[in-house]
Design a protein around this ligand. Structure first.
Ligand SMILES: CC(C)(COP(=O)(O)OP(=O)(O)OC[C@H]1O[C@@H](n2cnc3c(N)ncnc32)[C@H](O)[C@@H]1OP(=O)(O)O)[C@@H](O)C(=O)NCCC(=O)NCCS
Length: 217
């Protein structure tokens, strides 16, 4: 099987149950996004692949430069990104060809970044957890609620994969991201020093078929 065929086969396995979601993420789907003070924009959301690596790293660096309190955002390493682009679920938002926002969900339960390991879960329970890992949005594109859109998409994908719980971390000093996670149904379950000595809240939510996109509108 060629790389492209393998990718197709993997996607089909993941999304067999929901052809709508498969189409959306395979081909990319255009979302019209509103802003309180700027005109509406249309961005294409699609899955990211190893070819997108350099653009993702460049965007992460661009966003990191603008962050005042660097403790609130831990950079994902090149190696972690490569691993996730191959084994997990990565989604990008594109303005034309330009990547303007990115998120990744750790869906490989064996990953060292599965946050279940901090919660004293059994192996069986850990295997049903996904971790909503990094999200970053180019400063010119914040305010359109992209983090919340990403959360909804990840919910659908995770449910489709049979996950029962979603986990995430956020800095207590990152009110914007905390607010978005709470709006997406996450609750704080622990507070720990992580990632080499920074404070983090561990957030959790149960995934259920009853979750509706409308809930977070
Ligand atoms: C966090 C981030 C992804 C959010 O981007 P976004 O999806 O565009 O978020 P928005 O700007 O639309 O803001 C979402 C909400 O937070 C609110 N908000 C914005 N700044 C805020 C602040 N300083 N305090 C509290 N709430 C704030 C907004 O008002 C909005 O809520 P509302 O719709 O109820 O009014 C983006 O700011 C970013 O990339 N930050 C740097 C990287 C980072 O911290 N990532 C998250 C940790 S992994």
């Amino acid at each position: 099987m060629t790389g492209d065929e393998e990718r197709q086969a993997k996607l089909r396995r993941i999304y067999t149950k929901r052809s709508g979601l498969y189409d959306l993420l395979e081909k990319g789907s255009v979302f019209a996004l509103e802003h309180k003070h700027k005109p509406e924009i249309k961005l294409r959301l699609r899955l990211c692949y190893p070819d997108d690596l350099e653009d993702i790293l460049a965007l992460q660096e661009r966003v990191y430069d603008t962050i005042e309190n660097k403790d609130t955002f831990v950079l994902t390493t090149r190696e972690e990104l490569i691993e996730s682009l191959e084994q997990d679920t990565c989604i990008g938002a594109f303005d034309g060809e330009l990547l303007v926002a990115f998120t990744l969900m750790v869906t490989n339960p064996g990953s060292a970044r599965n946050l279940a390991k901090y919660l004293d879960y059994s192996e069986e329970k850990s295997a049903k957890c996904v971790t909503y890992d990094t999200t970053f949005v180019h400063p010119d594109y914040t305010g359109y609620g992209l983090q919340r859109v990403f959360i909804r998409l990840k919910d659908l994908i995770a449910l489709n994969m049979g996950a029962a719980e979603a986990l995430a971390t956020v800095s207590p000093d990152n009110p914007r991201s905390l607010k978005n996670l709470q709006a997406g149904g996450f609750e704080i379950v622990a507070r720990k020093e992580m990632y080499g000595g920074v404070e983090r809240l561990i957030m959790r939510k149960k995934l259920s078929r009853r979750l509706r996109w409308e809930r977070w509108k």
